[in-house]
Design a protein around this ligand. Sequence first.
Ligand SMILES: Nc1nc2c(ncn2[C@@H]2O[C@H](COP(=O)(O)OP(=O)(O)OP(=O)(O)O)[C@@H](O)[C@H]2O)c(=O)[nH]1
Ligand SMILES: [Mg+2]
Length: 256
Amino acid sequence: MFTVFFVGTAGSGKSTLVGRYAEFLEDMGFDVAVANMDPAAEVLPYVADMDVRQHVSARRLMRDYGLGPNAAIVASIDMAITEAERIKEEVEAIGAPYVLVDTPGQMELFAFRHTGPLLVERLSGDRSAVVFVIDTTYAVSPTGLITSLLLSLSVRVRFNKPQIDVLNKVDLIGGEELETVQHWLENYEELQTVLEREAHARMEYGLAHSISNVISSMGGAQNIIPVSAKMGQGLDAMYRALQQIYTGGEDFQLPP
Ligand SMILES: Nc1nc2c(ncn2[C@@H]2O[C@H](COP(=O)(O)OP(=O)(O)OP(=O)(O)O)[C@@H](O)[C@H]2O)c(=O)[nH]1
Ligand SMILES: [Mg+2]
């Protein structure tokens, strides 16, 4: 079983991408299961084969215990850990070799607390990967891009899984803007130069420069794929990158 976790900042398009990618895989003949692990999701743009809200619901915790929205999410993710075995059994019982997992909107409540990585570990199949979803509209400026990459590195450190980054919502930016962002990613020194220019007059110049060096030294500006969950753009490239992770360079394929 190949389990792919979709992680990203609030509203970056995780749920939309999960739904769209599931359709893409199904069209290719794959048997896919979709698992919703967001206990606070209101409406999902896909039909979930496993829905954590059947086990723990943030809304119910808010109502029953008078918790605020974030406290309810934290509590429900913590509670989901006690259900992890049952959730995993439920997912395995679906019998699909490809499992897409949607994660909570407030990424920091999931990725940066103890239970998020623990849940990811428990739910992972024999192979797994993380897709880190970046909202491109925030990444078109040099500092926006560099801070998104920094966030991606933090997620990489937290989950310790093979990871690809996708720049989602590319349909919302102009072709020229996308080309610029891609050019920066392919020519990282140029991004650093622009960053230096942008930050030059400001106090945070040294900080921005140090961050860009850290990202560079960790190879953080590689393997970033422009996609549009809405228009279906880039899903083939995302598929190839995930397939590369799945096969690990070996000569075998995920069964359709
Ligand atoms: N134009 C455009 N809009 C998108 C795209 N992907 C998602 N959206 C929109 O962005 C909004 C948020 O999308 P979601 O899929 O709910 O994002 P999310 O990361 O799951 O959000 P939370 O779970 O609430 O944090 C919705 O209005 C989507 O229709 C895209 O590729 N292009
Ligand atoms: Mg969502």
